[in-house]
Design a protein around this ligand. Structure first.
Ligand code: NAD
Length: 479
């Protein structure tokens, strides 16, 4: 076993707990398929300890002034920046993304900590004019309580950073179960917070069998809210558990299948450059990844040609190697899924313009792929690929493009390119998505709300809206 990745622990009530007396699971390096560490699984007693610690810590943490909570979270952000190189290396080893992308993810996580810490100081209430003399109506915001969070393997630092910072900044505490496939990145966030002075029990990190941990934690009486990022299927299951466990609040950040509408008046070269960068980032394992490219007839072939060149220029390899611009997929499930979706698209008449196959004989590599003229009946036009595959199809009119963009039950991100301000304004209204990028990809920043409509989930993270997820509203009528 390559030991350079480092050891793994659970983090419960301020203590780092190792594998002693616990079952373990191997963490694999997706670039080689080899084990790099053994991850301890929490026992039921560990989970109960974590929820009890979160409940005990909540009683004190909620009383800490928002100003002081913000200072602590900002200090942790500075520690993340100081430690960025080491954290990024661990992330690349466990997740596969190129080191430069991993480094960027650590810096964005630190930015999220900073923004959210300060936003926590602005959770204002309201005074409402009362109908009766001598009465004051006050609306206040309070932290919801201990939160159970479940996060996936594609952004092992940024997704947890959003949830942890918003919970902590508003005075909540948390038990988080990140993905067992990418466990070190969150532990680094927890270590930075601990080193910044976080009191014991405010944040707890546990691992285990996902279905068992989620069932146990969601049912725990101390837990008041759940937040999940992952697939729509799992989200639906967890939302039911939360409802059954006592109508617990939930935030669901689920799958998408982002359409990209390229109109014939667009700057096609700019669209290719921007969208190829966005498509192959993190090997396409991004819930807002641009995927279904609907291109107006007059520019379809030109777009496909340019996009194919951009895909061919990507250097795939071990994310730790210099010059690599796309790493392996994070696990072997994704390689199998890509193979099945590409074969199905071809059987429906799609043309492979680039890639289309797994690469190498070790690790989980799949070539940057472009499929052209893919019919809407192909599975990949319906099911999120969550991998490095772009699919194109041409359209004739605005109404046709909108109808095809909106036809799926998902609505997370959508993109469009046009030089017409009239079309841009109509697009902003017509696209059914939580986030719409028109002529740019900047839909996912700490300052702006992130979230979906339809089966892409409910609730927002980021922006002022992201704080609301962790707050409850109280009306006080005082005389
Ligand atoms: P999956 O649906 O089994 O798991 C998705 C995530 O949920 C993983 O992180 C997993 O650990 C977690 N999970 C699974 N069952 C759980 C349970 N009962 N309780 C708590 N957590 C649970 O599939 P997968 O193979 O890991 O990923 C495949 C699909 O998931 C992708 O195609 C994509 O649609 C979706 N996904 C979405 C995101 C996102 O950012 N929205 C991230 C990762 C995966």
């Amino acid at each position: 076993m390559d030991r350079s990745y480092g050891d793994l622990h659970l983090f419960i009530d301020g203590e780092w707990l190792g594998p002693e007396g616990r079952t373990t699971e191997d963490v694999l390096n997706p670039a080689t398929g080899e084990a790099i560490a053994a991850l301890p699984h929490a026992t039921k007693a560990d989970l109960d300890h974590a929820s009890a610690a979160a409940a005990r810590a909540f009683a004190e943490w909620r009383k800490v002034p928002a100003f002081d909570r913000a200072k602590l979270i900002r200090k942790a952000a500075d520690l993340l920046r100081e430690r960025a190189n080491g954290i990024a290396r661990r992330m690349t080893l466990e997740q596969g993304k190129p080191l430069a992308e991993a480094l960027q993810e650590v810096f964005i996580s630190a930015d999220i900590f900073d923004y959210t810490a300060d936003e926590g100081r602005r959770t204002y209430g309201r005074i409402v004019p009362a109908r009766m003399p001598g009465v004051r109506w006050m609306v206040t915001k309070e932290p919801v309580g201990p939160v159970a969070a479940f996060t996936p393997w594609n952004f092992p630092a940024v997704i947890p950073a959003r949830k942890i910072s918003a919970a902590l900044a508003t005075g909540c505490t948390m038990v988080i179960k990140p993905s067992e496939e990418t466990p070190a990145s969150v532990l680094e966030l927890a270590r930075a917070l601990q080193d910044a002075g976080l009191p014991k029990g405010v944040l707890n990190v546990v691992y285990g069998v996902p279905s068992e941990v989620s069932e146990h934690l969601i049912a725990a009486p101390e837990i008041r809210k759940i937040t999940f990022t992952g697939s729509t299927g799992v989200g639906q299951h967890l939302a039911v558990l939360a409802a059954k466990a006592g109508v617990k609040r939930a935030t669901m950040e689920l799958g998408g299948h982002a359409p990209v509408l390229i109109f014939d008046d667009a700057d096609v070269d700019a669209a290719i450059a921007v969208m190829a960068g966005a498509k192959y980032r993190n090997a396409g394992q991004v819930c807002v990844s641009p995927t279904r490219f609907f291109v107006q007839e007059a520019v379809h072939d030109r777009f496909v040609e340019g996009f194919t060149k951009a895909a061919a220029a990507i250097r795939t390899g071990n994310g730790l190697d210099d010059g690599v611009t796309m790493g392996p997929l994070a696990n072997d499930r994704r390689v199998g899924a890509m193979e099945r979706l590409v074969a199905d698209a071809v059987s429906h008449g799609a043309e492979i313009r680039q890639g289309g196959e797994a690469l190498g004989n070790r690790g989980y590599f799949f070539a940057p792929t472009v499929l052209a003229n893919v019919p809407d009946t192909a599975r990949i036009m319906i099911e999120e690929p969550f991998g490095p595959v772009a699919v194109t199809s041409s359209f004739a009119t605005f109404d046709e493009a909108i109808a095809r963009a909106n036809r799926l039950p998902f609505g997370l991100a959508a993109y469009a390119f046009t030089r017409s301000t009239r079309i841009a304004a109509d697009l902003g209204d017509a696209l059914e998505a939580g986030m719409v990028g028109i002529n740019n990809p900047f839909i996912n920043m700490p300052e702006t709300p992130f979230g979906g409509v339809k089966q892409s989930g409910y609730g927002s993270e980021g922006g002022t809206e992201g704080m609301d997820a962790y707050l409850v509203t109280k009306t006080i009528s005082q005389s």
